[in-house]
Design a protein around this ligand. Sequence first.
Ligand SMILES: NC(=O)c1ccc[n+]([C@@H]2O[C@H](COP(=O)([O-])OP(=O)(O)OC[C@H]3O[C@@H](n4cnc5c(N)ncnc54)[C@H](OP(=O)(O)O)[C@@H]3O)[C@@H](O)[C@H]2O)c1
Length: 323
Amino acid sequence: MKRVTLGSTGETVSEMCLGTQMYGDRCDEAESDRILSTAMDAGVDFIDTAALYVDGRTEEILGRLLKRRRDKVFLLSKVRIGRIGVLESIEQSLRRLQTDHLDLYLIHAPMPGMDPHQIMHDLNRLVREGKTRYVGCSNYPAWLVSHSNCIAEREGWAQLVCNQIPYSLIERGVEVEILPQSYAENIATMAYRPLAMGVLSGKYVPSQQPPQDSRAVADARIPRWLNRYSTQISAFLKMADTVGVTPVALALGWVRACPAITSPVVGASSLQQLESHLKAFEFSLTHEQYTQLNEIFAATEPWEEVSVADFRDWRRNLGLVKR
Ligand SMILES: NC(=O)c1ccc[n+]([C@@H]2O[C@H](COP(=O)([O-])OP(=O)(O)OC[C@H]3O[C@@H](n4cnc5c(N)ncnc54)[C@H](OP(=O)(O)O)[C@@H]3O)[C@@H](O)[C@H]2O)c1
């Protein structure tokens, strides 16, 4: 497993960041353990979780699984602002994760009415108190990363070192602002949902019913994307066949080929899926294959997570700044 540098921190982490959202959801604790152990044996040490996942149960499971190997991983968690404060939320996460500090702590998503100055103040306090080594954000539009870091620079506080955003052949909205900003400012950028929740894994065939045991049953975006991009997905599956690699390798290879991306955050709900991810990291796209994929998926989803529609609305944008 390749090592990459985490933006301006100078720290190195595994190129693959292991997503744990399915721990306690689609995979039980024993399978979660097998996934984590196999990933770590293969050199993965970058682990992503969040207070929000399964109402804290994911962090609890991870806490038990990491007990004797906490020092072997670079552990990241996130706070959903609004429900409780940043200072209180990290205490709960640390308790559930059975550790005295995180390596990286992210604001999970921006919220209308949030106060960026207060948030940067609180994040800085966490760094000062040793509760986390670095701080960052997720789902922030580019302007908010710059705005927050300007405040931090002015006040002499810890800056946001990363932005975690959705990025795949299906969701390419971040290419307009986020990726150029990250690249220019050396902000580490983690691409979550790189397989579009499985749409690009090969488990779905356009025009066929999704498997009953898949996430398509619970998440309406999957059938919608399968329907909207059936032509592109069919061409993509055919290309994987021609190249002689799995669809997972092709989809991850495309995300990894972008110079603005530090790490894809990959989800697995079984050991078998994790094994296919590890194999995928051995494959690199040629320039021609990268170009071909760009052409197949030329027009895809806007940025849904923070709803581009919301952010196009000046009221939503202004709602994130207190003056
Ligand atoms: N910051 C944020 O706001 C945010 C938001 C979402 C996610 N995340 C992070 O990103 C991680 C990844 O997100 P994600 O799980 O939604 O996206 P993903 O990696 O694009 O999709 C993972 C899903 O793809 C399917 N899959 C994967 N490998 C497969 C294989 N070899 N064969 C068949 N199916 C396969 C599985 O679906 P089935 O379970 O249906 O089999 C799996 O759950 C999460 O775990 C979380 O840590 C962060």
